[in-house]
Design a protein around this ligand. Structure first.
Ligand SMILES: Cc1ncc(COP(=O)(O)O)c(C=O)c1O
Length: 466
């Protein structure tokens, strides 16, 4: 009988894959990185950011758009923008911006990051800064300052009726805006219409009322974002069509309108069985935009995207050691990890998100079904299923043969949601964090971004130390 862990993977998936391989000793590599060696050097728990993946995904996307534009003789341009909220770290932005891209922001302090990037010349006045989000005083002030400092390519996206007049009060000269369309949510969602943006039917009346005869404001962009992502299903294509109808109606009365922003929402790999044809989706989106605009006899728009997860998600990985196995009854085997899911991968706990989970060593050993338990005393601190299967299988626990596990493609949103530094549930310290990057000769270098959290940090926050 074939009951080694490696057999299970070979029987379930095509393996090895582009980024994963296993050596004869049963040890996993990720983008060619020897993970066992990495964990031996740095210990666990550990988080890494493998920066080259960011550039790779950006370049792939640009090429897919380029191919589709050539195929349909599309007369607009493509602007890749990075949605900063998925990971605000400087090293992430520095890597992403090496690829001549633009930025999407969501709140006031994002503009402070934009200013820092301008100062360090990572971006310049030609960089588009697309400002989404519900805007109140501080955000309005920061956006206005940026525009008043002649950053004409800063485009606030109007999310509610009041924002335009608030911006007009603060901005000295002419400026450009976008309008966000509030999409209809997927039928199974709890709400009917997204709270973000302005409803389809109200866009043209809003334009006529507040922008058409306003000498100070030009409408440049229509923005639409589908919460559930870009998927090849009737709901997505239907929403895109509704949006394109609004675009063509507006374009006929607003010649300055020249851009369509289709937001973020590209999925990332959450299982070794993941299948998604990115190139086909981009081809089809470009084709739909081209066709609807041609039928309506209006010029095609420039296309903007704001991929967050897709830009940075696949650059991240978290590693843990299995500390001990608890058998609570004859079916439930708990492998206890040396950290917490709630604090280090909050999406697994909050929205039941799954990531690729693989052992780092012992692939040649037999496997067993287990539950993974976090170190906090919270009964919800567990991980018990994968994207492709309602169970977790790992090499059999052995007290003399340590088992290490990795969660992959964890680079988006986890720190922004869980927080970095500060108090942690049950004072379980945050892991050491590494940055791995490629220099111009293609050589990989590893730097420590942050050491594991210390008890002093907790005690200081809690008021025990000055
Ligand atoms: C307006 C907007 N753009 C882009 C994104 C990025 O989405 P994703 O990370 O799915 O690409 C979001 C995510 O919430 C968003 O709200």
């Amino acid at each position: 009988m074939r009951n080694k862990y490696i057999d299970l993977i070979n029987q379930t998936f095509d393996f090895p894959q582009e980024e994963f391989d296993v050596n004869a000793q049963g040890e996993l590599s990720f983008h060619g990185l020897d993970l066992s060696e990495l964990l031996e050097t740095h210990g666990t728990p550990l988080k890494i950011t493998y920066l080259p993946k960011i550039s790779e995904n950006i370049q792939k996307t640009k090429a897919w758009f380029q191919n589709a534009f050539e195929k349909y003789n599309y007369q607009g341009q493509y602007f890749y923008s990075y949605c900063t909220k998925s990971s605000h770290f400087k090293h992430v932005l520095d890597e992403a911006l090496e690829n001549n891209i633009h930025i999407e922001t969501s709140s006031a302090f994002d503009i402070n990051i934009v200013n820092a990037l301008l100062e360090s010349k990572k971006i310049n006045k030609d960089t588009f800064v697309i400002c989404n989000g519900f805007k109140r005083e501080q955000y309005i002030n920061n956006i206005s300052d940026l525009i008043n400092n002649k950053h004409k390519n800063c485009i606030p996206i109007i999310d509610n009726y009041e924002e335009l007049s608030l911006l007009e009060e603060q901005i000295d000269e002419d400026f450009q805006v976008g309008i966000r369309i509030a999409s209809e949510e997927e039928p199974k969602f709890e709400f009917y219409t997204s709270r973000l943006g302005i409803g389809y039917k109200n866009i043209v009346p809003f334009y006529k009322r507040q922008i058409e005869h306003n000498p100070k404001v030009k409408l440049k962009m229509l923005h639409f974002f589908i919460n559930t992502g870009i998927k090849d299903n009737a709901y997505y294509w239907n929403e895109l069509h509704k949006c394109l109808k609004v675009y063509t109606s507006l374009k006929k009365i607003c010649p300055e309108l020249d851009s369509l922003n289709i937001g973020g929402g590209f999925p990332i790999k959450t299982s070794l069985g993941f299948e998604y044809d990115y190139e086909y989706m981009i081809d089809e989106i470009v084709y739909q935009i081209h066709t609807v605009c041609n039928d309506a006899k209006v010029e095609v728009p420039h296309i903007f995207t704001e991929f967050g997860s897709f830009t940075v998600g696949e650059s991240g990985a978290n590693f843990y050691k299995v500390l001990y196995q608890k058998q609570q009854n004859d079916r439930e085997l708990w492998n206890m990890i040396d950290s917490s899911f709630i604090t280090t991968l909050p999406d697994t706990w909050a929205i039941n998100k799954r990531f690729i989970l693989l052992p780092i060593n012992r692939w040649n050993d037999n496997y067993e079904r287990v539950l993974l338990g976090g170190l906090t005393c919270d009964s919800d601190d567990y991980y018990n299923s994968e994207q492709h299967s309602n169970a977790v299988y790992l090499p059999v626990y052995h007290s003399e043969k340590p088992l290490y596990i990795g969660f992959f493609n964890t680079g988006a949103y986890q720190e922004s949601i869980g927080g970095l530094g500060g108090l942690q549930h049950c004072l379980i310290p945050q892991p050491k964090q590494l940055i791995i990057q490629k220099d111009k000769e293609g050589k990989l270098t590893t730097t420590v971004f942050r050491e594991k959290q210390t008890h002093q940090e907790f005690l200081k926050i809690l008021g025990y130390e000055n």
